[in-house]
Design a protein around this ligand. Sequence first.
Ligand code: PLP
Length: 637
Amino acid sequence: SSLYKIDGWGAPYFSVNGSGNMAVRPYGTATLPHQEIDLLKIVKKASDPISSGGLGLQLPLIVRLPDVLKNRLESLQSAFDCAIQSQGYESHYQGVYPVKCNQDRFVVEDIVKFGSPFRFGLEAGSKPELLLAMGCLCEGNKDAFLVCNGFKDAEYISLALIARKLALNTVIVLEQEEELDLVIDLSKALFVRPVIGMRAKLRTKHSGHFGSTSGEKGKFGLTTTQILRVVRKLKQADMLDCLQLLHFHIGSQIPSTALLNDGISEAAQIYCELVRLGANMLVIDIGGGMGIDYDGSKSGDSELSVAYELEEYASTVVDAVRCVCDRRAVKHPIICSESGRAIVSHHSVLIFEAVSASSYEVPSMSPIERQYLVDGLTDDARIYYQNLLTAAYMGEYEACLLYADQLKQCCVDKFKDGCLGMEELAAVDGLCALVSKAIGEVDAVRTYHVNLSIFTSIPDFWGIDQLFPIVPIHRLDQRPSVRGILSDLTCDSDGKIDRFINGESSLPLHELEGNSSLSGGGGRYYLGMFLGGAYEEALGGVHNLFSSPSVVRVMQSDGPHSFAVTCTVPGPSCADILRVMQHEPGLMFETLKHRAEEFGQEEEDDVGGIANSLAMSFRNMPYLASASSCANGAGDA
Ligand code: PLP
């Protein structure tokens, strides 16, 4: 497991078990050995045909682990509770989950349910997110916050005011100064006394990629001048008592507690100033940004890693707020945070299959190929060839490489001019490969073809160079003998993973067993992408019309397999994904069937068989199907 740094990024949830498979420890350090879940067993259960007791799902597969989600939530709460208790802080912590990190129904419902004992709430940044949060919080703790962030129009604000009428603990956070007039007017029109928050633009700047929205020139929030104008206006409207929350967001993936302390201290000063100006301040909402150690280095020296744990994060926050408030003799506020990445990243694993790998052909040369070199080369190419042979005879390796390059370039030019045949060009390629091999300059990195779309399932890798731990989920008791990059199914040169968390441009991988699993031969080779539970599902697109993966929700159970699949969602079919782009698969099918009747009869084809094949293609997922799972589709096109 050290090859893949699993102990670094995986602890306390992921490790390698005695069978050499990746195992999940659903309760972190509190997991007992018999409670560990073998990921390969989940994949088998999910993908085996229904006739053999499986669920018949097609890969790729997201394995959702609600126990891990619960553990993350409870760990966050207990880190703040401990810091509050040990520092004598005189209020409490009450977090919210920003639904934009993963809006999946089960994720949000789980968070509301698991967080209910400690009043955990939700944050929304758009109208549909607000609708979602309102619906889910009806089942939650009545004191849980519903924080409304993001740019707002009258409809958004009315919806938030209605949420307050429905006795949801809603706070409208002003993201722009212009929103205030709407809040004042609409709350009067709807006869609701709103609770208002304000997002402040801090001067503290997080310099990494995720900090581009922070600092004075950041995209969001109110400047000092605007904050003062808002206070004045609220006072004039006799609504200063409605201003109760100060919000800010330093940026995602905050690298160090030093930066965190800086930002929180600045914000706590603003909070105390608002108290001085007469607002009815109760809550400091520190935004998100608690980081994840994707590369397991705990160094904090790149955007992939952070140099603190949950406990240090919480204690820095509590300490910074307490120090400022004590100095200003201000009552300690409720501390709210909007951690997203830190809550949901660990809870899901994306599993996909490597279906084939480019083979490394050991260079060799047959007598016929040698003859092509002797007889087929043009005069100028033959000079390079002779130079190459002389250099090889003298043992001058650098010169060999140079002449091989020149020979190849010359022959490619001749081929383009139509003066050289394909056989001669292939013989030259073979000779150059032999020279490289003899001199030890062979590029042994292989390409593993994976049944996945990176644009759909790992969009941050493509979009912002974010790296995630990727590991084979089995055969980890065997030393990998190959180095490879991963190439996806899309017709796009960006659809490959060639950078990994260890800083290298290839991944240690195992030789595939037998032929491609697509033709029904050979063993399967499954890889897992870990820590991708935040953002990836929401950001993924439909490039090449690949759809989202199948999903299983898996809970620890004390039964024979130590797990139970509690929910199954097959990935969208080709028909589903065509509908996303406004096509009408039903009509398309009818048109194609009609055409089969028209032309198939002429050719004496089995028209019924063609129609069935077409229907099945609409029903199946867009991903490659292994020979045994070709007929998995269900339902109507
Ligand atoms: N709150 C706000 C306002 C944000 O903009 C973000 C993310 O950008 C978050 C919370 C969540 O941040 P993270 O996932 O880094 O905790």
